[in-house]
Design a protein around this ligand. Structure first.
Ligand code: NI
Length: 133
């Protein structure tokens, strides 16, 4: 086990971010960020929270977004869990030696103050995101 991982958010793919925000407000979530455009991944991102749970609404604005292809499969649905780590490279290397595969390079996340993130795929656990502290 990688002991230093701490859950930061659950990534939630949505087709229409304003309409999704409205429905999550109905469910009692609070908005905790502004809608932020991530030019690296061509997605709009909004963070909301409820009961200590943080969700990240992710909505591609372009057909060449890295997550655009996921829309047809997932529609509106959670699709990754993000974990904070003190050392992105070491954690990614440890996970990759234990069955995970990196699916992109570490890049800054504009919606999270430019902190670096990297996505990995686990054959049996699905997609995860690592977020550098
Ligand atoms: Ni995320």
């Amino acid at each position: 086990m990688i002991s230093t991982l701490k859950i930061h958010h659950i990534g939630y793919l949505v087709k229409k971010i304003e309409k999704a925000q409205s429905q999550f407000l109905t469910l009692g979530y609070q908005v905790v960020s502004k809608i932020c455009r991530d030019e690296y991944r061509k997605v709009d991102i909004l963070f909301m929270e409820k009961d200590g749970y943080r969700i990240e609404l992710v909505s591609p604005y372009s057909e060449d977004s890295v997550v655009y292809g996921l829309m047809s499969r997932y529609k509106n649905s959670p699709y990754h869990i993000c974990y904070e780590t003190d050392d992105l490279e070491t954690t990614a290397a440890e996970l990759c030696s234990d069955g995970f595969t990196a699916i992109d390079e570490a890049t800054p996340a504009p919606a999270i103050k430019g902190r670096r993130v990297q996505f990995l795929m686990g054959r049996y656990s699905g997609m995860i995101e690592l977020l550098e502290n």
